[in-house]
Design a protein around this ligand. Structure first.
Ligand code: SF4
Ligand code: SF4
Length: 443
């Protein structure tokens, strides 16, 4: 097995061609490859050294090397270069050649920076990590490499705009913060009070994207039907920092999380329910909150309400639904069943599965900051997902993430026999069936 690209040591000192996967082994041995004393490598170069052209050379600069090693922090060390990640990555489904994920992990192992396109293609979907035989957290490795790229000012053009938008406007879309809540007037959303049971965290997409505003309206109807005392932070609601973090600007994302957590504490938030699994991921893993604080995705909260008998869905909704697992609810946070159970709480729904579901579900393509980068129509993962959904004969692709809804609907355009709906919308349709005056609301 040989590397897909030549690998080099310090710029200008040596030019080596090395079959990386088989030739480099981490073990006690002679020093080679990087600066003496920093890494111990046994490198068999006897068969594999050859002169090459300068433009094949990967330049290793000492200060960048240190940043790569610090940023990746040993995450890539267990990798034995089997290539399963490259083979598993969904980019291989939409491009003639697989994208070199294994090589990125190799670069992280060796402390070599890399600004290849692959670094920015990753949607952090976690498909590769789920299959990696050594348990390498590959999306984290990639985000760490992106972090180095920020410091080297080697990022794609969409991402600086994203950062400035969050910095100036408090949302990645660059929309005025004063308009965060203008759409809420008739949505049944009131200012959060400390005595409320839950804070409904809507998120930037839910507040500024008109399609997702509809989802939030449905969710508010369902919560109201269950008699939940809930509130929202309106214009004060902070960005969760997901887009910033997954684009690799980790330090800024940590600042956002610290400020957001301070606001939650100040406002007396004990339970936060999110519209997006991406926001949930930030609250669960990066918001340092006091013991007892709960962060739930809304499907999880609705299931609790159904189980407790606070939410009852009596109206029958005969509908064939296939559920698309959002990566940040499923692979990233391990919940595949709750949204299915929640949908199962609606009488009349027939749930059918796509070929790839749960841990093997295909990403929609919108994570990892990809919503802020261009993806040609021919390279949309969501188009493959829509084709899988069609195979099931479902009438509706149910999902539970704003990015998934946007990507799937973009790929669905023009298909009259299939539609995309959020789980909250499906529940709201079923609840509307109970009230004769609003029957047919599922149209
Ligand atoms: S699947 Fe895991 S062990 Fe195999 S090359 Fe990728 S990161 Fe390394
Ligand atoms: S996280 Fe997903 S998109 Fe990123 S490298 Fe792994 S499989 Fe590919």
């Amino acid at each position: 097995m040989s590397s897909d690209k030549d690998f080099y040591t310090r710029a200008g000192r040596e030019k080596l061609r090395v079959d990386v996967p088989q030739e480099v082994r981490w073990r006690e041995g002679r020093y080679a490859f990087t600066r003496t004393g920093r890494r111990k490598l046994d490198l068999d170069v006897t068969e594999s050294v050859a002169a090459v052209a300068d433009d094949d050379v990967l330049v290793l600069e000492d200060d960048v090397w240190e940043r790569v090693v610090a940023a990746t922090d040993g995450l890539a060390a267990p990798c034995f270069q089997c290539g399963v990640c490259t083979a598993t990555c969904p980019w291989g489904l939409v491009r003639p050649e697989p994208v070199g994920i294994r090589r990125l992990v190799r670069q992280a192992q060796l402390g070599v920076p890399g600004w290849a396109e692959a670094l920015w293609l990753c949607t952090t979907c976690g498909q590769c990590r789920a299959q990696c035989p050594r348990g390498v957290d590959i999306p984290q490795v990639i985000v760490a490499l992106r972090n180095v790229a920020w410091k080297e000012r080697r990022v794609p053009s969409g991402f600086p705009t994203l950062m400035w938008n969050v910095y100036w406007y408090g949302n990645p879309y660059g929309r005025p913060p004063s308009q965060r809540s203008t759409w809420m007037k008739d949505a049944g959303l009131e200012e959060f009070r400390t005595e409320d049971e839950v804070l409904l965290y809507i998120g930037c997409t839910g507040n500024y994207d008109r399609r997702i505003q509809k989802v939030v309206r449905s969710l508010a109807q369902v919560l109201a039907a269950a008699g939940v005392r809930f509130g929202v932070l309106k214009d004060e609601e902070p960005c969760c920092g997901d887009a910033v973090r997954s684009a690799g600007y980790i330090e800024y994302a940590d600042e956002i999380a610290a400020r957001g957590a301070a606001l939650f504490r100040e406002r007396g938030v004990n339970t936060v329910v999110t519209v997006s699994p991406h926001c949930l991921n930030q609250f669960l893993h990066y918001f340092h909150m006091p013991e007892g604080f709960r962060a739930l995705h809304y499907t999880q909260y609705l299931w609790e309400l159904l189980e407790a008998g606070r939410l009852t869905v009596e109206g029958e909704l005969p509908l064939k639904v296939t559920f698309h697992d959002p990566c940040y609810l499923g692979r990233q946070n391990g919940d595949y069943e709750t949204p299915r159970r929640t949908l199962g709480g609606v009488p009349g729904i027939e749930l059918v599965e796509m070929r790839h579901n749960r841990e093997r579900a295909l990403c929609c393509g919108g994570g990892g900051g990809r919503m802020w980068l261009e993806t040609p129509a021919s390279e949309r993962f969501a188009s493959i997902r829509v084709a899988e959904a069609r195979e099931t004969g479902a009438e509706v692709i149910g999902t539970a993430c704003p990015h998934c809804i946007s990507c799937l609907e973009d790929s669905l355009a023009g298909d009259a026999g299939l539609r995309v709906a959020d789980v909250a919308e499906i529940l709201a349709w079923a609840l509307a069936r109970r009230a004769p005056a609003r029957s047919g609301a599922a149209s």
